[in-house]
Ligand binder design. Structure first.
Ligand code: PEP
Length: 314
């Protein structure tokens, strides 16, 4: 565990205090909350620019523990691609020069897993983007973790916010999927993160910790889990969390893990940041103490950008 001092600009976008469900921190005043609630994404974008140009300085103290193991970058290709474009992306990735010793995991759509497996070389590993809650059976359209394992694939993502929002996956369903995949020996990137409204009303950590609490209720061995903190308001919007926001939330997640799971799990856990990471903003994010990797969407579809992001590993 290290104690460090941050001295950085603090104009934040979107603003909002971190607060766990059992936190004794006071909430912002109602005037403050309503002013926060009125921020639009375009305002938030302007704040990011303002901060990049040098915002007000503030000093704060944090207690943080950095995860153990290699920096880990995931590429979530989502529901994108054709046989031809996937072949091109794989060719670009294979041709790239990775200068850092890190883990890299690419998650193609299910139908392109075999193609990716056949042609994507090391150090790239492969992940599924999702799995069913248990073993196979009469679950039309689903893919079980057993099938992923059968293909020789070692990773899956669970709980991506798009699946939570668009497919109705609750914290409990995500936890069940995670536990089942882990039980088969798969490694799991568990995605968590708050909405813009939740960030603005100060419930960021309460939301993230509730998502993790559901996992803690069904999982005892966390050694094959990587947590991806992905604020929903930053996913695919071009509005990246500030390094300070990401660091603060990652540190809060780690602190919760120490209290609710164990100090050992907290100190070892790798926590990725995800949300509009690109070749231009990865370096400063990667330098934050509690950021142990990235989960990348849009920029993972461009070989050169993704390679640059991989090479930001610390
Ligand atoms: C994601 O979908 O996991 C993600 C982080 O997307 P993007 O990088 O495009 O914001």
């Amino acid at each position: 565990m290290s104690v460090f001092l941050l001295s950085r600009g603090t104009v934040v976008a979107p603003a909002g205090p971190l607060k766990t469900s059992d936190s004794k921190q006071s909430r912002p005043s109602s005037a403050c909350r309503s002013s926060l609630a009125s921020e639009s994404l375009s305002v938030l974008k302007r704040q990011v620019v303002a901060r990049a140009n040098g915002g007000a300085n503030a000093v704060r103290h944090e207690t943080a523990m950095k995860g153990e193991g290699k920096f880990i970058v995931g590429g979530n290709w989502k529901c994108n691609g054709t046989t031809e474009s996937i072949a091109q992306l794989i060719s670009d990735l294979n041709a790239g020069t990775i200068t850092k010793d890190l883990e890299v995991v690419c998650a193609p759509p299910f139908v392109y897993l075999a193609q990716t497996q056949a042609s994507l070389g090391p150090p790239f590993e492969i992940a599924a983007q999702n799995v069913w809650t248990g073993a196979g059976g009469a679950y039309t359209g689903e893919i079980s973790a057993d099938m992923i394992k059968d293909l020789g694939i070692n990773w899956t993502i669970t709980g991506h916010s798009e699946r939570r929002a668009l497919c109705g996956e609750s914290n409990e369903i995500v936890a069940e999927k995670t536990a089942y995949a882990l039980s088969l020996g798969l490694k799991v990137i568990v995605c968590i993160g708050e909405s813009l409204e939740e960030r603005q009303n100060g419930s960021t950590l309460a939301v993230c910790c509730a998502q993790l609490k559901a996992v803690a209720e069904v999982v005892s061995d966390w050694s094959n889990i990587v947590i991806a903190y992905e604020p929903i308001w930053a996913i695919g919007t071009g509005v990246v969390a500030t390094p300070e926001q990401a660091q603060e939330t990652h540190a809060g997640i780690r602190k919760w893990l120490a209290a609710a799971v164990s100090p050992e799990v907290a100190s070892k856990m790798r926590i990725q940041y995800g949300g509009s990471v690109n070749a231009g903003n990865c370096d400063v994010l990667a330098q934050q103490d509690d950021i142990d990797g990235f989960l990348v969407g849009g920029a993972s579809l461009q070989g050169d950008s993704f390679i640059t992001i991989c090479n930001s590993a610390v």
